[in-house]
Design a protein around this ligand. Sequence first.
Ligand code: 4AD
Ligand code: MG
Length: 465
Amino acid sequence: MEHLRRSKVVDLLQSRDFGKEVLVKGWVRTKRGNKQLNFIALNDGSVIHHIQIVAEVTHFDEELLKKITTGSAIAVKGILVESMGQGQQVEIQARSIELYGTADPETYPLQKKGHTLEFLREIAHLRPRTNTFGAVLRIRHSMAYAIHKYFNDHGFYYIHSPIITGSDAEGAGAMFRVTTLDPKTPPLTPEGKVNYSEDFFGKETNLTVSGQLEAELGALALSLVYTFGPTFRAENSNTPRHLAEFWMIEPEMAFYDIHDNMDLAEDFLKFLMQYILDHCLDDLEFLNRMYDNELIDRLKHIVSSTFERLTYTEAIKILKASGQQWEFPVDWGSDLQAEHERYLVEKHFKCPVMLTDYPKEIKAFYMKQNEDGKTVRGLDVLFPRTGEIIGGSQREENYDQLLQRINELGIPEKDVWWYLDTRRFGTAPHSGFGLGFERLILFVTGMSNIRDVIPFPRTPKNAEF
Ligand code: 4AD
Ligand code: MG
């Protein structure tokens, strides 16, 4: 008996070994019953479904049964039997129960069902115990695994780009400083500025906004690489699509032009949609039922659709001719807003859209310049609901062109000398893109707020847990 090993709920629900003795451990979701029998719904996080434990009241200490309430952790030894009840095929007839931890019904925040997502954000330390967050976290795991699988199967190498950086990849500012200087009395230069040469790294450093520049260094040696790590942006955007700390997947490919880049982005995203349909259907069905009844159809539609490819300039024409009332005006040269992106995807084309050749003024310094002198070979992939899910480009591989753009934008050469070096020694055409991991999870879960697809969201004024 002692060596009976714990079975996971996911396996027991599949099992038809009726009459077998099993050991199961988990957290009580509900307990109901009468004078003869108690029914306990037990969940261990291995699957969205609970297993039903049936306890004969006379068989157990009354005090023990009383203490088993919603949220408590227990271990149950019993016999796996075919269930006569509705909604499940197997259940466990309890022989012995060990109570690991109680959860006082007076104070346990998840005692009742049906909390709002807003309330659950305030108890982010406990929300993994809800059906919704169990489903989201399992899907998040499966997507991370599928991403590594896709790249491994396609001959890409995983590069670990640094989290602390002395460069500013996007040139957009809005970074978080990393320092060990005393905030009250930092060392000063003769001009009265903070003297970062006395800081830990001997220079000003920040948390990275992107692993791209380092990925490029890898691609110009290993051909096909990707990064997958946390990135940080200090922009004060309080929207359902922005986090201050988010994860990004950034493949970078030597010898790829913008068309190869688009082919990869489309194939990669379709693979991920199919993977989640194949491996997380129970969780998807739950989310489809509870939050978004078009979720599964939408995922299937992505897999079977052909992404529409057009230039920014063509998109502007469509938006201008649409007759729509926009909150933000549409003009050649200005960045597209979520309302414009969603119009193109949801109303006009009714499929994912890949936009290229953006005005150079609204894109980063490293994008390859087109011959028209006005546009660069940027790429955004737009999805229904989420809008921009991927941003990328073919990179400027020509040393003179790149240097000219760096000078135009006033980026100090001393900050990017190593990046420029790759264009001096064995430069080659190359391309890449960044997929926002939480934007992807938003899309595949059908959730509507990005704060609900990462365990501990970091947003302006919020880093409690
Ligand atoms: O378009 P972005 O800024 O592109 C880059 O950072 C490039 N260096 C990527 C590359 O070419 N290697 O960001 C890429 C993606 C966006 O499309 C979006 O999905 C996501 O990252 N993203 C965010 N997700 C959550 N919160 C934010 N604040 C985000 N900013 C960007
Ligand atoms: Mg972008």
